[in-house]
Design a protein around this ligand. Structure first.
Ligand SMILES: [Zn+2]
Length: 93
């Protein structure tokens, strides 16, 4: 039985199983051409490594915490202007 690996939780790219040592497995992001370096915990079997990678704890956030996180992400990752489109967010009239 092979459990399917979920996509990377950070960049939504496919993930891959790697063997660190003879009995140490972990899952990592397999984004091409550059991985985002997301690594799952080390486990002593493929099955356990898959389970650890696929387990996604959902943080319980208050609305204020969620709003703060969204504001941080927006500040760090401003929208990329696309060729042919004028940036509208910088215009203040
Ligand atoms: Zn990734």
């Amino acid at each position: 039985m092979t459990d399917t690996l979920k996509l990377c939780p950070f960049c939504a790219s496919p993930a891959e199983m790697i063997r660190e040592k003879p009995r140490q497995w972990r899952v990592r992001c397999n984004r091409k051409p550059w991985p985002c370096f997301a690594l799952g915990p080390i486990a002593d079997s493929r099955r356990k490594a898959t389970g650890l990678w696929n387990h996604r704890p959902v943080p319980k956030l208050t609305k204020a915490e969620r709003d703060r996180n969204v504001a941080i992400v927006r500040a760090l990752c401003p929208p990329t202007p696309r060729p042919g489109l004028r940036a509208r967010e910088d215009k203040h009239e």
